[in-house]
Design a protein around this ligand. Structure first.
Ligand SMILES: C[S@@+](CC[C@H](N)C(=O)[O-])C[C@H]1O[C@@H](n2cnc3c(N)ncnc32)[C@H](O)[C@@H]1O
Length: 267
């Protein structure tokens, strides 16, 4: 991986947990595998998704891997603190996995492909580790799907900075819309992609705080200095963009974003 756009700070760890908690019902209500399955979670980070999928599938065993040692340690602490027993963590690289071919019943990968310069290669490697008839589940966002009220050109420019920085690092912040072709190119069958739109207004204070404020706007705020340093935007405009994004989480504001969840079978 090139430079990871979000970094591994404590603030980012809190953001990943807020993201996972506010989204759990939307993206994980159907993250269910048959009992007894051995599942690879590729790029588990600090375990923000692990803590949901492992509890939802108590009779499956998860091997959750990440390339960051710091994240693996945090993930293990989090899962241990919750008394979850069906997860084993390993430090490993998706492109050099320490498992023999056809090792896993299923694979789960969330918010990782968007950071990789070669998602097609990642799927090729992951597919080789899947048993025949095993499934892969991908979840990704798509920053191009963002719209909100009150509308703001400054906020849109701030979001565009994130998209450009991620692109410069070899990633793709608009990858959600591409999950079907990515799965198809990798040779998966029976592909099903479903958009999961998060729509936030004042009637859902949990999502106003957990998603609009602490996940999305916090993510844009997190790249503020990088965006200015890279001369993608001037400081005043960036600060106005962030302020306008926070405004969408105040009285009368609304916020929309679409995640994509894709599944395919190795036949
Ligand atoms: C945005 S985080 C998502 C973490 C977690 N899946 C979640 O949804 O909270 C992306 C994670 O992918 C990991 N990652 C990136 N490239 C990787 C690779 N080649 N092998 C394993 N992990 C990788 C990063 O270290 C980071 O923890």
């Amino acid at each position: 991986m090139n430079k990871y756009v979000h970094g591994y700070s404590q603030r980012e760890a809190i953001r990943l947990n807020d993201q996972a908690d506010s989204l759990a019902s939307l993206i994980h209500f159907d993250s269910i595998w048959e009992e007894g399955s051995l599942i690879l979670e590729a790029g588990c980070g600090i375990g923000a998704q692990t803590k949901t999928v492992a509890v939802q599938n108590p009779n499956c065993k998860f091997i959750s891997i990440d390339i960051s040692k710091k994240s693996i340690i945090e993930a293990k602490d989090l899962i241990d603190s919750k008394g979850i027993k069906n997860v084993e963590f390993q430090l490993a690289n998706i492109f050099d996995l320490p498992f023999h071919d056809e090792y896993f019943d299923h694979i789960f990968i969330c918010f990782v492909l968007e950071h990789l310069p070669n998602p097609d290669k990642a799927l090729e490697v992951l597919k080789s580790k899947l048993k025949t008839n095993g499934t892969i589940t991908l979840i990704e966002g798509d920053h191009g799907s963002t719209y909100f009220h009150p509308d703001s050109e400054y906020a849109k420019r701030a979001i565009q900075c994130q998209i450009e920085l991620q692109q410069r690092n070899g990633g793709d912040a608009n990858i959600g819309r591409k999950l079907f072709p990515i799965l198809e190119n990798a040779g998966f069958q029976e592909i099903l992609v479903s958009p999961r739109q998060i729509y936030v207004d004042d009637s859902n204070p949990l999502w106003v705080k957990g998603f609009t404020r602490n996940t999305f706007t916090s993510m844009i705020e997190g790249i503020k200095e990088d965006a200015i340093k890279n001369e993608l935007i001037d400081r005043k405009s960036m600060e106005r963009g962030i302020k306008d994004l926070y405004r969408t989480a105040e009285g009368g504001g609304t916020f929309c974003y679409t995640f994509f969840k894709g599944k395919g079978i190795k036949s």
